[in-house]
Every structure is written in C-alpha cells, then in structure tokens.
Design a protein around this ligand. Structure first.
Ligand code: NAI
Length: 323
C-alpha cells in the first residue's frame, strides 16, 4: 500500500513534543523539514562537530538523554552501529509507555539489536534519499520515496503518528510505501551485498576482456563509468523504465543491447545461486548482522578494502584519475 498526503495528518501529533536525536545527514534535514511543517522540535546531540551546526540553525541542542526524557515522539537519527548502545544508555531511561520511537532504518530492529522499553510504540519512517536531498526536495515540494511501517503498536495509534512524521518531513508528497523493518533491512543489505558487488565484479571482468585486446585504460574506463554516463542512464531508467529509456540511445545501441539481453536472458544466470545464498543464508538468517556486530568486523572491513584495491581495474582507475 502507498499512503498519500491525504492519508497523513500532521495534526495527529497533537501537543506531543518531537525530539530529533542526531543532527547529521538525516537529522539536520528532518529537523528543519519538521520545523518548516510547523512542528516544534527539540534536537539532542552530543558535544561533537554536529552540535555547532544545530545551534547555528536555531535548534539550541540539548543532551540526548534530556531530549528522550522531554519528547514523546523520538526520531533516532544517528548511525546504525551506535544506536543499540545509545538507545540502551541514553534513550531508554527517558522513554515511557505511550511514547513513540521513530527509526529511519530497519536494520537494528529487524535483527533484534534495539531494546526499547515495553509500552513504547516503534515505527519506521525510512527515506530512500540522502539527507541533503531530503531537505532540497522538501523545499522544492518534490517529495521522495520513503518506507513506513509500524513495528510495535502498544498505544493503538502508532500508524497516525508514523504518517504524521512522514508528512512532516516531506516524505508523503510522492506517497509513503508500506513496508517493514525486516523488508527494508533485507532489501538494503541485498542491494549492498548482492547487486553492487555483482556490478563491480562485472565491470572488472569487462575491463580485463577489453584490456586484453590492447584498448587503453583511459578509453575503457571512461566508456564504462568515468564519464558518468551510466548515472545518466539510471536516472532516465527511474523516469521512463529500463526498457522505456532505450529510445534515448542510437538504434545500433538498442539493437546491440536487446540482442545481448536475449542471449544472456536465455540462460540460467550464474549469479542467481549467489543471490539466493546471500539473501537466505547471510541476510534473512541474521548471520551477516551477527558477523558485523563482532568487534573484529572493522578490521575485516579494512582487510577487504585493501584486497579489493589489488584488482587490476582499480589500479588502472587510480592511474587514469591521477589519484
Ligand atoms: P550520520 O552519520 O549523519 O549521523 C551523525 C549524527 O550521529 C551526529 O549528530 C552525531 O553527533 C551522532 N552520533 C554519531 N555517533 C554518536 C554516538 N556514539 N553517540 C551519540 N551520537 C552520535 O547518520 P545518518 O546518515 O543521518 O543516518 C541516521 C539514520 O538514518 C540511520 O538509521 C541511517 O540508516 C538512516 N538513513 C540514512 C540515510 C542517508 O542517506 N544517510 C538514508 C536513509 C536512512
């Protein structure tokens, strides 16, 4: 289901105080959007480099625990990896039955990493948009896609609250898509763990094949992505559809693309097995979330980063980009 602006009523927030925890990418955008929607907000931020910008924007930031105590609707807008600890230590003591915790990502809730006091509603309002654009598109009244869900409805009125927040941050203009923390987290992780690695791996294989016939690194990489042409194609695909944007290419290109697609589409995709394993065994089972929660996960990230750099494609890219 898609909830439209007519389904959402900011007035459902009533006299409740809305607290924004974190003034980063999403926090800064959502705090300003809510304020411009007529919702008074309190901003909670620790004393770091985000505190100053919040103060300059006129929010008079407070300690996180104080905002959790004073607000009845609390938006948790700090990085996913610090949320469990901050929630347990600074939010939980101030959250009371009848309050609402609003998540912008399903990850921690989906994998059982957040402990939220009983009687507190838990909802998700998750923009599919970077914070800067959440603000710009609000100002331009364009809206942006957003997933909404109710994860725990202790009060019986969690939906109107979730939709009021979606409307207040400008996410209901294009319609807010009903989802769940589990679905949002799994889709996000699948894109990260299956689709993007497949794209990077296919570019690397394509580079090797073209390099073997002696084409230059500069030409290959600009043709493949350094020109940013694929970004333009994806933008058109979002507007007209993957096949719908084909007429923007030459007829030679269209014939070549469709001929290749027919050949590849006619055989079993060797990636399907990998995709299924990632979705079931790594993501939905919670195995990836458990692995990423381990203390040694950061060191593994750095090892993987170093290993990826050794692929010839990335070596060529550094040379071409002069970095
Ligand atoms: P961010 O990285 O911009 O967060 C920075 C904020 O977190 C600052 O206010 C900082 O003071 C605070 N912070 C960092 N570590 C802290 C700690 N240990 N204790 C207390 N405060 C701490 O975060 P971002 O990217 O805005 O993400 C917030 C939420 O929004 C996450 O759940 C994320 O998954 C979700 N989200 C992010 C999107 C994006 O484009 N960045 C898109 C959609 C959802």
């Amino acid at each position: 289901r898609i909830y439209r602006e007519t389904d959402a009523d900011i007035a459902a927030l009533g006299e409740r105080t809305v607290g924004i925890i974190g003034y980063g990418n999403q926090g800064a955008a959502q705090a300003r959007n809510l304020r411009d929607s007529g919702v008074p907000v309190l901003v909670g931020n620790r004393a770091d480099e985000y505190f100053g910008p919040a103060a300059e924007a006129g929010f008079a930031p407070l300690p996180i625990a104080e905002v959790a105590d004073r607000a009845q609707v609390v938006l948790l807008l700090i990085p996913d990896e610090v949320q469990p600890e901050v929630c347990a230590e600074q939010l939980a003591p101030g959250l009371r039955a009848g309050d609402t915790l609003v998540l912008a990502s399903g990850y921690n809730w989906a994998f059982g990493l957040l402990e939220v006091p009983a009687g507190v509603d838990v909802v998700m309002v998750a923009p599919r948009m970077i914070g800067a654009a959440v603000r710009d598109r609000f100002v331009a009244r364009q809206g942006y896609p957003c997933f909404v869900s109710v994860e725990r409805d202790a009060s019986g009125s969690a939906w109107p609250t979730a939709l009021a927040i979606a409307a207040g941050i400008g996410a209901a203009v294009q319609g807010a898509i009903e989802s769940s923390a589990r679905e949002e987290a799994a889709l996000d992780l699948f894109t990260e763990q299956a689709i993007w690695p497949a794209i990077m791996d296919l570019l690397s294989a394509a580079y090797a094949v073209q390099r073997d016939v002696g084409f230059s690194d500069e030409a290959i990489l600009h043709e493949m992505y350094l020109s940013a042409e694929p970004a333009e194609v994806f933008a058109r695909a979002a507007e007209h559809g993957l096949l719908g944007q084909l007429p923007l290419h030459s007829r030679t290109s269209q014939y070549g693309q469709l001929r290749g697609l027919a050949e590849l589409g006619a055989r079993d995709n060797p990636l399907r097995e990998y995709f299924e394993r990632v979705l079931h065994q790594d993501i939905l089972s919670g195995a990836f979330a458990a692995e990423w929660s381990q203390p040694e996960a950061m060191a593994s990230l750095e090892r993987l980063r170093a290993a990826a750099q050794r692929d010839p494609l990335h070596h060529a890219e550094r040379e071409v980009r002069g970095s």
